[in-house]
Design a protein. Structure first.
Length: 124
């Protein structure tokens, strides 16, 4: 199992695709990002002063190390299954489910299977 240290930005970031204008059209969120073997991939969909929307894909066994965020963050599982640990308590989440991670509380993520998620963070 590989765990990405969020502070070291060890993730693969999609270049070029972030420039595509996704406004005012229908799309399947899980199709905005692809899986890569042995990697966590991220793609920023919206980045504004008020907050961000980012999609991620995780290969099976990959994860993000424990960290905190200064704002509540909502994770919507788009595909697969993940374990999200908040304050040491594991939560299993599957496609179609969401988890709200409270501000300033340590949390981590681990892919039980390959999974994709949308992370919504509102800075307020």
């Amino acid at each position: 199992m590989t765990t990405v240290d969020i502070m070291n930005e060890g993730m693969v970031k999609m270049e070029g695709a972030e420039k595509e204008d996704l406004k005012a059209r229908a799309m399947h969120a899980q199709e905005l990002i692809s899986y890569q073997p042995g990697a966590v991939v991220s793609r920023t969909i919206l980045d504004k002063k008020a907050g961000t929307i980012t999609v991620f894909s995780f290969d099976e066994g990959e994860g993000l190390s424990e960290h905190t965020a200064p704002f509540d963050a909502t994770v919507l599982i788009l595909d697969g299954e993940a374990e999200i640990t908040i304050d040491g308590d594991p939560i299993r989440a599957r496609a179609g489910e969401m988890v709200i991670m409270p501000a300033d509380r340590p949390h981590a993520l681990r892919a039980i299977t390959q999974f994709k998620m949308m992370l919504i963070m509102i800075r307020a």
